[in-house]
Design a binder for this molecule. Structure first.
Ligand SMILES: Nc1ncnc2c1ncn2[C@@H]1O[C@H](COP(=O)(O)OP(=O)(O)OP(=O)(O)O)[C@@H](O)[C@H]1O
Ligand SMILES: [Mg+2]
Length: 288
């Protein structure tokens, strides 16, 4: 069974004076169990709209979304999902610990398991020291980490995270990447949105690029990086043992190697030189 299945999903918002915005235009996307998928797109691309539709928080204009074979918004599907909304906001008179326990109790977790899990997630997200303070005194990054903690507490199979690294400092971002990689190791499915390419390059199996409500590309990260290969940096050892580094175009590599052999040079290292994910992303979005 697929973790997330989206078919022909469309969302048209009707604003004041009947202005219409097609935020999502027929999205088809399947995310397998155990997969980490990065949903990459610039501001206003339709990422949060998609996520809200999948969570059943918005009604689609047309199309369907399912989580673990259940329709979006079906109460039973919630058990299987950890959801981090965009800009999470909580009852700020509660402490992080009270809030996490409250969320866990909504999933009818057994009391001792809930106590254990809430300690684990608060520790993991570096909130343990602050756990008894009301959240109104938390910094933006701390609130974001509470958002992640509440998505993790019931140990679901699928994680839908709307910009999980947003508002975090480099240490916080690294922590979230680590958490996503841990989830992956444990066979969980993570679907997260971001507009930062570095976030997807490090942790995702596949990436989808969305812009203006349309999915432009879906591919495995290594394929995307491979597509961006422009050439190779080759370290050559000359017959007199001196070393030389040369740039060789993608199409010229075979010929270069043959020529080197004829010149009695040996090759110590060949490294691809490629456009990074950022360049790929900008190019794709600019082409639309
Ligand atoms: N409730 C709404 N009413 C009208 N238009 C909306 C509504 N919500 C979103 N939109 C529009 O839909 C489009 C997609 O918005 P969405 O929030 O999904 O983008 P996003 O990719 O999450 O962007 P960001 O990176 O800024 O969070 C935008 O043009 C936005 O203005
Ligand atoms: Mg958004």
């Amino acid at each position: 069974m697929n973790a997330i299945e989206i078919t022909g999903l469309c969302k048209r918002f009707t604003g004041k004076r009947m202005t219409k915005v097609d935020a999502l235009k027929g999205l088809d996307l399947t995310i397998e169990a155990g997969e980490v998928f990065g949903f990459l797109g610039p501001n206003g691309a339709g990422k949060s709209t998609t996520i809200k539709l999948v969570m059943g928080l918005l009604r689609p204009t047309s199309g369907t979304a399912q989580i673990m074979g259940m329709d979006a918004g079906q109460a039973e599907s919630r058990r299987h999902v950890g959801y981090l909304p965009e800009n999470p906001a909580f009852y700020d008179y509660l402490s992080a610990e009270e809030y996490i326990v409250f969320v866990g109790s909504q999933f009818k977790m057994e009391k001792s398991l809930l106590a254990q899990r809430s300690e684990e997630v608060l520790q993991r997200l570096d909130l343990w020291e602050a756990r008894k303070r009301p959240m109104r005194g938390y910094s933006k990054g701390m609130v974001q980490r509470v958002g992640l903690a509440q998505a993790l507490v019931h140990d679901p199979e699928v994680y839908i995270l709307d910009e999980p690294m947003s508002g975090l400092d480099p240490i916080g971002r690294a922590l979230v990447k680590d958490i996503i990689l841990d989830l992956k190791k444990r066979g969980k499915c993570v679907f997260f949105s971001t507009h930062i390419t570095d976030d997807v390059e490090k942790v995702c199996d596949r990436v989808g690029v969305i812009n203006k409500g349309e999915l432009l590309v879906v591919d495995r990260v290594e394929n995307i990086l491979q597509r961006g290969v422009e050439g190779y940096t080759v370290l050559v050892i000359n017959p007199d043992k001196t070393k030389e580094e040369q740039f060789v175009k993608k199409t010229d590599l075979q010929e270069f190697i043959q020529q080197s052999v004829m010149n009695q040079q040996s090759i110590e290292k060949i490294e691809p030189r490629r456009k990074d994910m950022e360049a790929f992303f900008l190019e794709i979005v600019a082409q639309q």
